[in-house]
Design a protein around this ligand. Structure first.
Ligand SMILES: C[S@@+](CC[C@H](N)C(=O)[O-])C[C@H]1O[C@@H](n2cnc3c(N)ncnc32)[C@H](O)[C@@H]1O
Length: 365
């Protein structure tokens, strides 16, 4: 730790009030009840940085305005968005030095350093981080709610052909099939798995085979599958947290392609509005608080899930298009996209108030 980056006050002795001063030498001294909490000085600093940004300054020119950890992290994401990933990694590392107990900054620094050295993150090719993420923390109740809702539809609709777009390793599909099984028999005639990640697809295939569920498996993207399989039809199509992976124009095309080919579509996803300008200070502060809450849910797996999945996904909108892994929508935007594709949309069902955003099941027919 560089001497001028040392926290000015030691953590207080009681766990309930671990204070850190996140401001450097020469700056006004402030302390925090928790290193995650932004105080008035942090907020004023973010406002100043934002003002400079809106006035046309670049992140390098604004460096003298950053003093505390939150300010340096803001500068890191600003630099990341400007394509200056090396600067971004350096600024995030500085934030981590200023707030050593912070839940987000050290992982963000490590993640940005990986991106500086290796380029954009690929979150599903080697899916260890994703697999750990969806099996821990708030994902446990989230997936429990999602699978219960899906199982209810399988029992009611008894589809002879079910398509799952972006199945992953079956974390939603498989428990839903299990929960729907009555007297051991799954009320689904055949499952079509559509999943580009080979590692996750083969895991799903093995589990479907083990259960004796008839299935076909397609190791391709939804876009390519649609281009090559015009004659296919399904009673039911589902996609859990996967349609957000498609760039907006591709997603709209896919939904229009699906409309005449599926009787019913179940979309499970977040109600998550991402502003056009994610560096807007209120959004940035809220994002930081959400991230701290989400990452804190994972004990020993914090580094793995934060660097390998959560940060690459969440930081995407701050970067160039090539840096993005996903494109989230708000609930009204989901509904509008489905209607534009020709679906009628039922009242969305709230599944879980997840730390990132509330998750819904949207049924379209
Ligand atoms: C957040 S994961 C969700 C996986 C699974 N449905 C679940 O609920 O756990 C998103 C999935 O979409 C897949 N995916 C990404 N891009 C895709 C595309 N263009 N077409 C189809 N699937 C895609 C990923 O490989 C990943 O498995």
């Amino acid at each position: 730790m560089a001497p001028h980056d040392a926290p000015r006050t030691a953590p207080r002795p009681t766990p309930a009030r671990t204070g850190y001063d996140t401001h450097e030498e020469g700056a006004t001294m402030t302390t925090h009840d928790a290193p995650e909490t932004l105080d008035a000085a942090d907020r004023a600093e973010l406002a100043g940085l934002n003002e400079a940004r809106l006035a046309g300054a670049g992140p390098a020119a604004a460096e003298p305005l950053a003093r505390g950890a939150a300010g340096w992290f803001y500068l890191a994401l600003w630099a990341f968005g400007a394509g200056r990933t090396a600067d971004a990694a350096g600024h995030a590392a500085r934030a981590a030095r200023l707030a050593p107990g912070h839940t987000v900054y050290p992982h963000a620094a490590a993640h940005l350093a990986e991106r500086r050295d290796a380029g954009p993150a690929e979150v599903y090719t080697s899916p260890d981080a994703f697999a750990a993420y969806i099996r821990g923390g708030g994902n446990v109740p989230l997936y429990a709610a999602a699978t219960a809702a899906l199982a209810g539809r399988y029992r009611r609709l008894r589809p002879s052909r079910l398509l799952d777009v972006g199945t992953g390793d079956g974390r939603a599909l498989l428990p839903a099939l299990d929960a729907a099984a009555e007297g051991g028999a799954v009320p689904v005639g055949r499952v079509d798995v559509l999943e580009p990640s080979e590692a996750m697809r083969t895991a799903t295939e093995a589990e479907l085979a083990r259960r004796g569920v008839p299935f076909r498996s397609f190791g391709t993207t939804a876009q390519r599958f649609a281009a090559e399989n015009g004659a296919e039809r399904w009673e039911l199509t589902q996609s859990t947290f996967a349609l957000q992976s498609l760039p907006p124009a591709d997603r709209r095309e896919l939904l229009a392609w699906l409309r005449p080919r599926t009787e019913r579509l179940l979309v499970v996803d977040f109600d998550s509005a991402v502003p056009a300008d994610p560096l807007e200070p209120e959004y940035f502060a809220g994002l930081l608080a959400r991230l701290a809450r989400g990452i804190a849910e994972y004990g020993d797996d914090r580094a793995l899930i934060a660097r390998g999945f959560v940060l690459p996904v969440v930081l995407g909108p701050f970067g160039a298009d090539a840096e993005r892994t996903n494109y989230e929508l708000s609930l009204p935007e989901w509904t509008a996209e489905l209607r534009a594709a020709g679906f009628e949309v039922a009242e969305p069902e709230l599944l879980d108030r997840y730390w990132w955003s509330p998750a819904y099941l949207i049924e379209a027919a």
